[in-house]
Write a protein that binds this ligand. Structure first.
Ligand SMILES: Cc1cc2nc3c(=O)[nH]c(=O)nc-3n(C[C@H](O)[C@H](O)[C@H](O)COP(=O)(O)OP(=O)(O)OC[C@H]3O[C@@H](n4cnc5c(N)ncnc54)[C@H](O)[C@@H]3O)c2cc1C
Ligand SMILES: NC(=O)c1ccc[n+]([C@@H]2O[C@H](COP(=O)([O-])OP(=O)(O)OC[C@H]3O[C@@H](n4cnc5c(N)ncnc54)[C@H](OP(=O)(O)O)[C@@H]3O)[C@@H](O)[C@H]2O)c1
Length: 481
């Protein structure tokens, strides 16, 4: 296709789910890409690590998105993996994905990026990097950067009156790596979301007493019910915490008022003595490796956001469509700081990086800088409405539905056309009614984004998509019956 531009090197920084999807989708479009990670393995937080500086799964973690919903658009989990994969299953799936699409030859591991800044000539990005074991950093120039460093780098931890005099141990959730360290200890976990409940259950049988302190309650949902796997849900997804609360092995406390030398004061003036406090109060994206001009939290005035009751230290990034730096949309994008359109990270990262590849290739033209900045302001105003009422651990698009529609348009998946009201939609509905209904009413799977022939030069169709959609719904396609 004329006008396509795949020249110049792209650096994808971070090789978790987001970075791997991005690397694969950019390579698919003919770009020269290098994927970089500071770890000597790929997969990001799905690989358990004893490194207390890094968020990772526990050895006992089970994904809270099903394998039919939380997977890449063209790479299903294998049949022997349960509906809700273990951390090992997810880590293996990521390894297999990298092998299947020959990604390793484009990957550099054990390379830490310490700074990303515009080069002096204003044409490229300088990435400052340290190869493992080397103290001195090097600078390499690349044409474009896709930042996929993970949304959980910076731990958020509230502070309390009296904590300086507390004589026990205080940790943040990412420093918890298993129950052995806490044998016979009285442990208090602050927060009652997924990390908190996973840790509480992990401690049962080892810790002497386990408490969870929560200030606003939650909804607890098991993974499996007498219904299809969950498509979208908010709250804690945990199969064991309800039982552990019922049998008293985990006890609940209200919000902490202050610390005493031996524990915490909550629920009126009740003192609970504990040896260890683990704050599972969230983690946020870290922008500190970005120079001022590259940092999307430095664009515009976010004071109203910062002062909102629920912002809780979460910084606001101004990103066009929650992905592109508005001033450098042709060369700087992000996957991770913003929530995306779906609860499952695979779909967000895969479809968004398909769209980014199309924009950078010149197949879709974004509006100019002024319009992009105006969009960012509009999204900021809408986000203020949310943060005044609710806590959120990631900022997002003002409308998940509009965002998904936009991504499909830009990626050229034809999903909007085939599921819309036009001729393609009517023909599809008329000719393939059972399948159409399955897509619209059945399990939400990412294979949909590779089902239809895209526009010329657009993202690639995957021939296995149709069969996988039937399979995810527990059905056999008519042609195989
Ligand atoms: C315990 C846990 C369980 C979860 N379960 C689910 C789930 O079941 N379903 C779901 O949809 N989501 C889940 N999530 C949400 C989670 O965000 C995603 O699953 C996903 O792993 C995020 O992928 P990522 O690639 O964006 O980030 P990460 O997996 O964090 O990867 C980021 C990568 O960037 C690298 N990196 C960071 N900084 C640098 C640097 N300066 N230089 C070089 N490399 C760098 C890191 O080493 C890492 O490999 C879970 C989150 C947690 C914490
Ligand atoms: N098994 C799994 O698949 C799994 C396991 C772990 C994590 N995850 C995922 O990882 C992401 C992060 O989850 P998370 O549990 O680490 O973090 P989170 O969802 O951000 O939850 C933070 C918790 O801390 C509490 N909190 C925040 N600020 C507080 C304050 N100032 N004082 C008291 N309490 C405070 C919150 O309570 P309020 O509601 O009152 O604000 C909430 O209970 C989610 O996407 C989650 O699904 C998945």
């Amino acid at each position: 296709m004329e006008g396509q531009d795949t020249k110049g090197k792209i650096a994808v920084i971070g090789l978790g789910i987001s970075g791997l999807a991005a690397l694969k989708n950019l390579l698919e479009q003919g770009f020269d890409v290098v994927g970089i990670d500071r770890n000597d393995y790929i997969g990001g937080l799905w690989q358990f690590t004893e490194d207390k500086k890094q968020v990772s799964v526990l050895k006992t973690t089970i994904a809270n998105s099903s394998k039919q919903f939380g997977c890449f658009t063209d790479f299903p989990f294998s049949d022997d993996v349960p509906d809700y994969p273990t951390a090992l299953d997810v880590a293996k799936n990521l390894q297999d994905y990298a092998k299947r699409f020959d990604l390793f030859q484009h990957i550099r591991l054990g390379v830490n990026i310490s700074r990303i800044e515009r080069s002096k000539d204003g044409q490229k990005w300088d990435i400052h990097l340290n190869e493992k074991g080397e103290v001195k950093s090097k600078i390499e120039k690349v044409s474009k950067v896709l930042v996929c460093t993970g949304p959980w780098e910076r731990s958020h931890r509230p502070t309390y009156e009296g904590e300086a005099n507390y004589e026990g141990i205080m940790l943040v959730g990412k420093e918890y790596k298993g129950p052995a360290e806490f044998r016979d200890k009285r442990v208090l976990i602050v927060g009652m979301a997924n990390t908190a409940c996973d840790i509480a259950v992990d401690l049962v049988g080892a810790a002497k007493e386990i408490y969870i302190s929560h200030r606003s309650g939650t909804r607890i949902i098991p993974r499996m019910m007498d219904a299809p796997p969950f498509k979208n849900t908010l709250g804690v997804i945990n199969d064991h915490i309800t039982g552990r609360l019922s049998d008293g092995s985990v006890k609940l406390l209200g919000g902490i008022k202050r610390f005493s030398p031996h524990g915490v004061i909550s629920d009126g003036e009740k003192e609970t003595e504990v040896d260890v406090v683990i704050f599972c109060t969230g983690n946020y994206f870290d922008y500190s490796i970005l120079s001022h001009e590259a940092d999307p939290t430095k664009l515009g005035d976010s004071s109203e956001w910062d002062q909102a009751e629920h912002s809780n230290g979460l910084m606001y990034p101004r990103l066009y469509q929650t992905l592109f730096h508005p001033n450098f949309a042709e060369s700087l994008a992000f996957l991770g700081p913003c929530r995306g359109f779906s609860f499952a990270v695979h779909s967000n990262a895969d479809l968004a990086s398909q769209a980014i590849a199309q924009v950078w290739k010149g197949n879709y033209t974004l509006p100019d800088t002024t319009e992009r900045s105006e969009w960012c302001e509009k999204n900021y105003k809408a986000s203020l409405g949310v943060i005044k009422n609710w806590r959120t651990f990631r900022t997002g698009h003002f409308s998940a539905g509009e965002f998904e529609y936009w991504l499909n348009t830009v990626a050229g998946t034809q999903v909007n056309e085939y599921l819309g009201w036009g001729r393609k939609g009517w023909t599809f509905w008329w000719n393939d009614r059972e399948f159409y209904n399955l897509i619209v009413r059945g399990v939400n799977t990412p294979f949909l984004y590779r089902l239809f022939e895209g526009r010329e030069g657009g993202r690639k169709k995957w021939d296995g998509a149709r069969k996988e959609i039937w399979k995810a719904n527990g059905k056999v396609p008519p042609e195989d019956r």
